[in-house]
Design a protein around this ligand. Structure first.
Ligand SMILES: *Cc1c(COP(=O)(O)O)cnc(C)c1O
Length: 276
C-alpha cells in the first residue's frame, strides 16, 4: 500500500502503526466478524486525496480509512473451476506503467473486456502481454501454471516475474514461499519466468499441462479448467470428479491452516489482542 501511495503522490505511513489501528478497529467491530468456516471480516485499507480544487496536482490532504465488511465463503460448495479468455486485444499493464500498484485506476479499464469475455461464456480474462503473448495475470489475480518438464521429468510451478507489469500480490508471494518450503526439490522446479500462451497451448497438446490457478486474497486460489485461445479451448486437467488439481488443493489447505491459526508461520498472522 505504501509503494502504491508513493507512486501517486499520496503520503506514506508507518506500516506497524496502521496495523495497530486496524487491530483497534477490529476490536471495536468484533461483533461483525461472522462465524463459520470460510466466513470472514474483509478488511480493506484505502487512501484517497481530498484536496479541494479542479487542477491536476499532488494532493495536499489525504484520507486513509479502513473498510470492514463481513463476507461469506468465496466457495460455498467447494472449488468451482473457471473458464478464461486469453486476451490480447486489451492490455492490463505495461512496462513503465502502474500495473504493479494497487490503484483503483487499474480496475475500471478491465471491466469492459471482462464483460466481453462473459458474453462469450468466459468468467475472466487471462491477460497477455506483448508480441510474445506472455501470460501476466488473470482478472485481478496473479496466476500460476503447473507443467511437466520434459528434460528433467520434474514438475514445474511457474508464475510470471515481477518486472513492473505484475501486481506483487501477497498471495503470490506466500505461495512461492510455501512451495519452496514444502515441495520436494527432487520432484519440483519453482520458477518465476516468462511463459506464453503458445507455450501453454503446446504443453497442453503434449499432455504436459498439469494445473492452472489464479491467486489472490479473496479466493486464495481459484482453479482454471479451460482457456479460450485462437478459437479453441485449451483444457486444463482436474482431479477425477473434482474442480481442481492436487497442488491447488494442497495450497488452499496450507494457507487455510495458517489463516485459522492451526499452523504458525512467522509474522503472517497477528493476534489483535497482542497488537499494542
Ligand atoms: C489485488 C491484486 C492481486 C492479488 O494480490 P493479493 O495481495 O494476493 O490479494 C493480483 N493482481 C492484481 C491485478 C490485483 O489487483
Amino acid at each position: 500500500m505504501n509503494k502504491s501511495a508513493a507512486r501517486i503522490c499520496l503520503p506514506t505511513f508507518e506500516s506497524d502503526e496502521l496495523i495497530k489501528l486496524i487491530g483497534k478497529l477490529i476490536e471495536q467491530d468484533k461483533h461483525l466478524v461472522p462465524q463459520g468456516q470460510g466466513y470472514s471480516l474483509y478488511i480493506r485499507p484505502t487512501m484517497i486525496g481530498t484536496s479541494e480544487g479542479l487542477g491536476v496536482g499532488y494532493p495536499d490532504k489525504a484520507l486513509l480509512y479502513v473498510i470492514c465488511s463481513p463476507v461469506g465463503p468465496y466457495y460455498k460448495t467447494g472449488f468451482k473451476a473457471v473458464r478464461l479468455e486469453a486476451t490480447d486485444y486489451a492490455t492490463r499493464a505495461w512496462p513503465g506503467g502502474v500495473g504493479d500498484k494497487k490503484l483503483g485506476a487499474n480496475y475500471a479499464p478491465c471491466i469492459l473486456p471482462q464483460l466481453q469475455a462473459a458474453k462469450r461464456g468466459y468468467q475472466q480474462n487471462l491477460w497477455l502481454f506483448g508480441p510474445e503473448k506472455h501470460i501476466t495475470e488473470v482478472g485481478t489475480m496473479n496466476v500460476f501454471f503447473v507443467f511437466k518438464d520434459e528434460k528433467s521429468g520434474k514438475k514445474e510451478l511457474v508464475t510470471a516475474p515481477l518486472d513492473g507489469t505484475i501486481l506483487e500480490g501477497v498471495t503470490r508471494d506466500s505461495i512461492l514461499n510455501l512451495a519452496k518450503e514444502k515441495l520436494d526439490p527432487k520432484e519440483w522446479i519453482i520458477s518465476e519466468r516468462y511463459y506464453s500462451i503458445n507455450e501453454v497451448a503446446e504443453k497442453a497438446e503434449k499432455n504436459e499441462l498439469l494445473e492452472a490457478f489464479g491467486a489472490g486474497t479473496a479466493a486464495v486460489v481459484s482453479p482454471i479448467k479451460e482457456i479460450g485461445w485462437n478459437g479453441k479451448d485449451i483444457k486444463v486437467p482436474l482431479l477425477p470428479g473434482e474442480q481442481s488439481g492436487q497442488l491447488t488443493k494442497d495450497i488452499a489447505k496450507w494457507i487455510a491452516d495458517i489463516q485459522y491459526g492451526r499452523v504458525k508461520h512467522g509474522n503472517w498472522s497477528r493476534v489483535v489482542a497482542d497488537l499494542d
